[in-house]
Every structure is written in C-alpha cells, then in structure tokens.
Design a protein around this ligand. Structure first.
Ligand code: 9WN
Length: 414
C-alpha cells in the first residue's frame, strides 16, 4: 500500500487514516486487524484531529457504541463480521449488539480526548460533554473491577495491549492451555510468524478467554478464580493520568469531579507497591501468587506520563535506552526473554514512544523527549508506517500502513 501513497509523509499519514476508515471507525490496519480496537481508535481520533476534527469525535463516539452496561469499553468492537481475524465475535460470545470482546484495553481515551478538545474547544464542547458520562462510567469500571489491589490489574494479556511482553511470563506459565482444542490462527497468514506470539501463547490466550466466556463474563468470578490476574504498571500509569485528565475535562464542563480526584489519589498511593528494588524499576506483579515479574519494560516509563517517575527510574531509563538505537524497547535487551522482533518482547512501538515522550516533555526532560521523537521519526521515514520496529537495527515489523503509527506521525513524530 505504501508504494501507492503520496511522496509527502504527512499526506501519506492522512491517506492511511482515510484508507483504514470503515465508516465511523478505523481499523488498525487492513487485513490483519479488520475491526475497531479500543486504544488504536483513541490514537486514530488524535490523528484525525489534525485535519478533520468532526471525524476525530466520531471515532470515539463509535468506540463507545460498544460500551457495556457495567461501563466496560471492550478491546474490540466487531461492527462487521470478517473471517480474516481470529478469535472473532462468535468465539468471544459477548451476546451483545454490536458484538464485542469481553475484556478492555489501556484507557488512553480521556487523555487523548482532552488533547483533541484543546485543538478546537468550540467544535468539541458538545461532543466531549456527551462523551463525558461514558468515559466516567468506564473509569468507574476500572476502579471497581480492576483496581481492587490498589493498582490496575489485567485479567488477560490482551487487556494490557502489550500481549506477549515478558512481564506476563510468570502469570502465563500457570495457565493451562492444553484443553483449548483445534483452532486456526489468522494473524500468521498476514504477517511473518516469527514476529508474532507463539502457539503456546495463543493456547493460553484462548484458555483465559474461554474461562471468561463460560462464566458469562462475570467479573467477580474472573477476578476471584480466573486463570490470569496481574498488576500492570502500564495501565496503572495510563489510568492515573486518564483520571486526572478526565477530572480536568469535567471541571471545565462544570461537573463535580471529587469522585475522579479520589480514584486518582488512591491509585497514586498504590504506585509504590509496583516498585521492585531488585530490578530498580516499576514491575508487573502476579496476583495469583508469584510476586514480581522481575522485568522492566516500556510500561515502567509511562510513569512520566503520570508524574510518578523517580531519580532511580531516570537512571534505569538511560541504561535500557542506551542498549538500542530506535526508540524505547518494549523489553530490556539485557534481560531474559528479550526478542527484538517478536511483537511485545522487545520491539520499539511508536505509539508507546509517543506517550512516554509526552510525559518526558512535561516533566522537564525535553532532551530525552526529543531524542525519542527523532529516533521514532527516523525509522518511519526510512521504512514507512509500520506497526513496530526492531529497536536495534530499525527493521520494520508486523503490519504496514498502520493507523496509530500514522496518527502519532501527524500529532507528534512528524
Ligand atoms: C489482540 C490492534 C491490536 C493492539 C494491541 C496489539 C494487537 C491483538 C492481536 O493488536 O493485539 O488485541 O490480535 O494481536 O497487541 O495492542 O491494540 O492493533
């Protein structure tokens, strides 16, 4: 697809967003991901806001058309059936219209909605006012159904958005994937299998999914007895920032935001429990018994976004980042399990880089923020709008003409 695009990169990025538009929502990339994904859509909206503010708001509105009555905003909304992706709507069995998955994804929507609103306060006022109660209900869901231990936990690696990163290895090791039966993956028909999660990961992803589906997505049961439950520094920092941004939005709209302020304060008080002195960084924790994961990946550095960084984290950032050349690696190259091209086990992800850089910039690390922007821009200029990149040699990986890579080009990297 890249060959047919305009020679101007800004225009190429806009063409990708328009090309992946399926009418009110954007697919992450053609073929590999034919549905609406939660955090991808929030980035898509941010990208659209640079040239079509109305379309930006529509993206978020369509995403929230999949919201559940308990407030959860699912990680996939299956607007139109497509055999090109597995597991599709019939596997998730949500029993809803539109059909959806049964888990959520990183709540970046309020953070990006605030930035979108700032681009055109007039045009956005009614749109954000209508979205506000829906965002609030989703944040309440996170507080009630995921933050019971003091920070945010995920019930499935897919919920973290960082599917096969080494953070989840200890939790995944306890999941029995031996009884999921035969199934046909579709992802490896679209992209190089060596850049995707392995079969043993997929077996376990399905086992966790089946548990949720078989109990009718009963959140209490999933939290109490589900096969996987781990605290996630990534979602914790994103949610903390999102609570604060949603409170700012609410204040501007004249709402009482004390509830949101309370959730943010509680979450902030929980952050120190994620600090693992052994690895000198924020670390995932297994709530099914095994303690810290012993890994410092890109999620730890989302702490800047939530004003939760420490001098020790600054030091850790330098060490890890200096082991690569093209943006922040999703896993530490010096740690066990690092793989520079296998999805979230090492590659540099432009979207995550954009969030880390936003935090760095705000916290007075302008030079580091600019380095992250430069390194991310360099691989995009060299190779195109790929899903992710090898952080050591810049090799493009995964899907091409990717929506969120195009979006962060328009808003930040370009
Ligand atoms: C499962 C769409 C999504 C991203 C995730 C990324 C990947 C899906 C998959 O693609 O996950 O949700 O099938 O691999 O890990 O972050 O939202 O781009």
């Amino acid at each position: 697809m890249t060959d047919r695009l305009s020679p101007d990169l800004d225009e190429q990025a806009r063409e990708i967003l328009r090309g992946n538009d399926r009418g009110g929502y954007t697919v992450p990339t053609d073929g590999l991901y034919p549905y609406q994904w939660n955090w991808d859509s929030a980035f898509a909206a941010w990208g659209f806001s640079t040239f079509d503010i109305d379309r930006a708001w529509t993206e978020l509105e369509t995403l929230f058309s999949g919201q559940w009555e308990d407030g959860m905003v699912p990680h996939i909304v299956f607007h139109k059936d497509d055999p090109g992706y597995f597991p599709g709507p019939e596997v998730w069995g949500s029993g809803r219209t539109p059909p959806t998955s049964g888990i959520s994804q990183p709540p970046v929507a309020a953070i990006l909605a605030r930035l979108i609103w700032a681009r055109d306060p007039e045009a956005g006022r009614d749109r954000i006012a209508a979205l506000y109660p829906k965002l609030l209900a989703w944040h309440r869901w996170w507080k009630r159904d995921r933050c019971g231990s003091g920070v945010a936990a995920v019930t499935h690696p897919w919920e973290s958005g960082r599917d096969n990163c080494p953070d989840w290895d200890i939790g995944m090791a306890k999941v029995d994937g031996s009884n999921v039966g035969e199934y046909q993956r579709r992802d490896t028909g679209h992209v190089d299998a060596s850049m995707r999660p392995r079969k043993e990961d997929y077996d376990r992803y399905l086992a966790i999914l089946f548990f949720g589906r078989d109990c009718g997505w009963d959140q209490r049961e999933i939290i109490r007895n589900g096969p996987f439950l781990m605290e996630d520094p990534g979602i914790t920092f994103i949610l903390l920032r999102a609570h604060e941004d949603l409170a700012a939005i609410g204040r501007e709209l004249g709402h009482d935001v004390s509830e949101l302020e309370g959730w943010a304060a509680e979450l902030r008080a929980g952050v120190p429990q994620l600090w693992n002195p052994q690895v000198q960084g924020y670390d995932a924790r297994d709530l099914r018994g095994d303690g810290f994961a012993g890994r410092v990946g890109s999620a730890a550095f989302l702490a800047y976004l939530a004003d939760a960084a420490t001098p020790a984290l600054d030091k850790r950032m330098d060490e890890i980042w200096n082991r690569v050349s093209y943006g922040f690696p999703s896993a530490d190259p010096a740690a066990e399990g690092f793989d520079p091209r296998r999805y979230w086990r090492g590659p540099s992800w432009p979207v995550v880089n954009s969030l880390i850089a936003l935090g760095l910039q705000e916290r007075g690390h302008a030079e580091a923020a600019e380095r992250l922007r430069r390194e991310t821009a360099e691989v995009i200029k060299k190779h195109g709008f790929f899903e992710y990149f090898d952080p050591i040699d810049g090799t493009p990986c995964g899907g091409d003409a990717f929506t969120w890579t195009a979006a962060i080009w328009l808003t930040w990297a370009g």
